[in-house]
Design a protein around this ligand. Structure first.
Ligand code: PSU
Ligand code: MN
Length: 284
């Protein structure tokens, strides 16, 4: 039980997910939204090897402009700590650090998942959801991933997937994926009830709350799919692997689809911050 309503925010979306200056404005806006709902924002990152849950505004503006900051997932954590390097945290490492800082709720855009055409490329985000007790609020996963395989993997890991006011698993830019969630929640209190039940059962791991992008910013699957196919083909042609794949796909889809995808991305991140803050407040 926490005394303060807190919401963790990740930093890979700042360093690798969005272009400057949109990344900085977005990070600041997400923090302001969390505060306006009565919770405290804690943006997570690693600076000079130190794990930070709650960047200052100077640290945030440094990170938003820094070049060559390492994207730190679970396996990278000992490296940046030992070498006292800077790093931005993925969903996996943000969960890990948030939990150790006593934070139970985390808002992000999209989680990593199982990659299309390469079922051995599975984001460490999924394993983290299996192990670390944090409620992750996201817009589902980008259709750059294999969404049915991602849901199967979450099922194997025992992660309950919640649809926020929705029966369907959202596909980031699109509200619909044709895939069902495990349970629908229409209010923060319903999410809290599931969380409390999971805790009472002493089960490890988090909960995934998936929030469809606000309708006015949605990009229909038919419009985005050809661009995703193009980006996936380009990534294959370049022979990218491991941690490079996701950032490349994110920036290539953004390049191919332009302003529209940027605006959808910003809108869903801000909306997710609202939902996460409501859940954090309901937990107190
Ligand atoms: N999906 C997005 N935007 C992002 C990411 C994923 O739509 O910014 C980032 C998140 O930080 C996520 C990470 O945790 O990419 C997953 O990377 P990988 O697939 O290498 O695990
Ligand atoms: Mn990967």
């Amino acid at each position: 039980m926490t005394e303060k309503a807190m919401v963790a925010l990740e930093s890979t979306v700042i360093t690798h997910g969005l272009p400057y200056p949109h990344n900085l404005t977005l990070a600041q806006e997400m923090e302001a939204i969390v505060r306006s709902y009565g919770a405290e924002p804690r943006t997570v990152a690693i600076l000079a090897g130190e794990l930070i849950a709650g960047l200052s505004s100077a640290q945030m503006s440094y990170l938003a402009q820094a070049k060559h900051v390492r994207k730190v997932s679970r396996r990278d954590l000992p490296i940046v700590v030992a070498r006292r390097e800077d790093g931005s945290t993925t969903v996996a490492t943000t969960m890990w650090i948030a939990h150790r800082a006593g934070i139970e709720v985390f808002a992000t855009g999209g989680i990593g998942g199982v990659h299309r055409g390469n079922s051995f490329d599975v984001s460490a985000d999924l394993q983290e959801l299996a192990q670390t007790p944090v409620i992750v609020v996201c817009a589902g996963a980008k259709a750059i991933l294999d969404l049915p395989a991602t849901l199967e993997y979450l099922e194997t890991c025992g992660v309950t997937v919640i649809g926020w006011q929705s029966d369907e698993f959202p596909a980031f830019y699109s509200r619909s994926s044709g895939l069902s969630v495990d349970v629908r929640c229409d209010s923060a209190a319903e999410v809290v009830a599931l969380w409390r039940a999971k805790q009472a059962l002493k089960m490890p791991g988090g909960l995934l709350v998936t929030v469809p992008v606000p309708s006015e910013h949605e990009i229909p699957a038919a419009a985005i799919e050809p661009l995703i196919l193009q980006a996936v083909a380009d990534a294959e042609q370049q022979g990218l692997r491991s941690a490079q794949v996701t950032p490349y796909l994110l920036s290539r889809v953004m390049e191919l689809s332009g302003e529209r995808s940027l605006h959808a991305n910003l809108a869903l991140l801000k909306h997710n911050a609202q939902v996460a803050a409501q859940i954090a407040v309901a937990l107190i």
